[in-house]
Design a protein around this ligand. Structure first.
Ligand SMILES: C[S@@+](CC[C@H](N)C(=O)[O-])C[C@H]1O[C@@H](n2cnc3c(N)ncnc32)[C@H](O)[C@@H]1O
Length: 231
């Protein structure tokens, strides 16, 4: 979580101010941080769409992508929720019919909670889940070019992964597929995300299909949403 988010949550949860900023993108510290937070994460970010707007905003970004790539409306495509946490993004995708959702994350405790989620018919929400996956490093063979749609929700944020990690997460996407990222203003303004994104979209590797400057994210902040086609 970035500074604004940590400050906002602190009022509700008394989590130490600035704690996540001090993690400095260190995977083992991030895993510990989220392992400790896992059981109260959903309550803390808010259970409702009004409180935690990110999943609903991902659907808006996905709709924009599908305007240009109609095959994304096929709910049988493989979707990868990268940095899945407890599964909030997958809940929204499943509610819109997506049936093959996989997830990866650093934190075993967050993934353990994602694993418990079920669909209305009682089947698991996720098809396949893996913890201990670091999105800043090259993906293992099993995840390379894995999904038609990859969503990285809430991970391009201060103290978590750097903008340059976009090149690693892009490797998770099948050629012709789509990558959606979410970026809070505090991160966008203090990192080189804009430059990295522009260079990425200008390269043969990707095209920027859509950018939303302000859509709901957490209760205290909107965020930017980026939609890239991976070539
Ligand atoms: C703010 S939470 C967002 C979780 C979920 N996407 C959501 O919207 O609720 C950030 C997640 O990113 C994960 N994370 C942080 N750094 C990571 C990294 N380098 N690789 C993979 N996951 C990471 C954390 O474990 C945590 O589950």
């Amino acid at each position: 979580m970035d500074e604004q988010s940590t400050a906002g949550l602190n009022e509700q949860t008394k989590r130490p101010l600035g704690q996540s900023m001090g993690l400095g993108g260190d995977p083992s510290k991030l895993a510990d941080y989220y392992n400790d937070w896992a059981t109260t994460y959903d309550r803390d970010v808010g259970e409702t769409d009004e409180q935690y707007g990110l999943p609903g905003s991902v659907l808006i970004a996905l709709d924009a992508a599908a305007e240009q790539i109609p095959s994304l409306r096929d709910t049988a495509i493989t979707v990868l929720d990268a940095g899945c946490g407890t599964g909030r993004v997958a809940v929204a995708l499943a509610a819109n019919g997506y049936s093959c959702i996989d997830g990866v994350d650093l934190s075993p405790e967050m993934v353990a909670l994602a694993e418990r989620r079920t669909r209305p018919d009682g089947s698991p929400l996720y098809r396949r889940l893996e913890s201990g996956v670091d999105l800043t490093t090259p993906p293992t063979a099993g995840w390379v070019a894995h999904a038609e749609l990859v969503v990285v929700g809430g991970v391009f944020t201060i103290g978590h992964i750097p903008p340059i990690a976009i090149h690693q997460v892009a490797k998770l996407v099948k050629a012709g597929g789509v990558l959606i990222t979410t970026v809070r203003p505090g991160y966008y303004d203090t990192t080189d995300y804009a430059d990295v994104s522009a260079a990425f979209a200008a390269s043969p590797a990707a095209d920027l299909l859509a950018e939303f400057e302000s859509l709901p994210y957490t209760e205290d902040s909107d965020g930017r949403y980026f939609v890239y086609r991976i070539n």
